[in-house]
Design a protein around this ligand. Sequence first.
Ligand SMILES: [Zn+2]
Length: 459
Amino acid sequence: MADKTTIGFYGASGMVTGSNFLVTLSGEGKPVKLMVDCGLFQCEKVCDEKNREPFLFDPREVDVLLVTHAHLDHVGRIPRLIKEGFSGAIYSTAPTKAMAELIMTDSMGVLRKEAQAEGKELLYGEDDVEHTMALWESVPYREPVELPGGVTAVFRDAGHILGSAMIELSRNGKTVVFSGDLGNSPAPLLHDTDTIERADYLIMESVYGDRDHEDKESRKHLLEDVIEDAVSRGGALVIPAFSIERTQEVLAEINDLVEHKKIPEIPVFVDSPLAIKVTEIYKKNTGYFNKETTATIKSGDDIFKFPRLHFTMKREESQAIAHVPNPKIIMAGSGMSNGGRVVEHHKRYLPDPKSTVLLVGFQAAGTPGRMLQEGAKEVMFGDDTVPVRAKVVTIHGYSAHKDASALFGFVEPVADTIKEVFLVHGEPKSAMFLAQRLRDYLGLSARVPQHGDVVDIDF
Ligand SMILES: [Zn+2]
């Protein structure tokens, strides 16, 4: 039916966040429009503006929305899409659906604060989230979903966070693959990233397009060392952690270290309501875990339960952590320390030379987490300046993204099927670096599309 097919790059293009792509099949009759992700732009200040910019398409004309995974930069503008008239089906895996609802609801709090501070209208309301969920269907990995325009979609395991998927669209023997975010396999809990067989067009993430992760193999030993050191120094160990995947990974690692008596039993607090709710979803979806984790669970070990582990849901419980004698471990959001309960813990323990901060996630430029990572002697939280006397340690190996070598390794086996690679979800420097590497070593046509670009494809 289609005479012409295009891909519109409406987010995460020339930048990391705001994932949003639109495949348009035009021919006789009404064009078919298939969207992949509709995420929030996340950064300091300017992003609020970006999230309010009009969509570069008419949401009412979009037929289907396919969602790769539940991170806010992939789902955060979906309720706005609904508010502006989208009424088609939404597809994702079951864990993505469950976590997306939590994430979208949770983000309402932040959006409300921002809107109030600037006297602006709320980006979307609770009822928009409700309408969103009413349109949402879940599909298993590797099971074909028939879409309008004679297109078949398949969700393949991306190994990035629970339920994360690459989305493969095929039609007339041709394939377009949206990688979503690709996991740093082997990951502590998840299966390795599925392989793909062909991709005429590959729209691939490039967050770490110019860097390799240093300590993936040794991450668990490093974690053990950091905990032992923190215990011997007698302070608190504060771990700012992302609510999805990182918290559960670190918990499972600590569970293993405790069960094998490699570290002493000290109090461990998961002090984030969102992370606690997400952990509940992990517990209900153990079928998505890798072989090793499944074997551990089958042996009777609850990987999210060990002596002296506390989930502090209520604010009073969170405040009471301060009265628990050191040493202790506190895991709290946000992962970049730019909000959430971790801020109070930082204010208390950063000035304490016996305490430790362990960074296990990506720290964006301008965030308190990045400042800590770069050795700042003091850090601002709102109007408070907090001196940093605690020890600050980073373990890079827990990244949820493939590094440059692994991204290259993902493309290489299917290189001879590829007509063009589009590198997205990366800072320009890292996307461009990877594009050059794919051109130089695999002879591929690779480019970094810019926001608003619409590209013809032969599909
Ligand atoms: Zn992600």
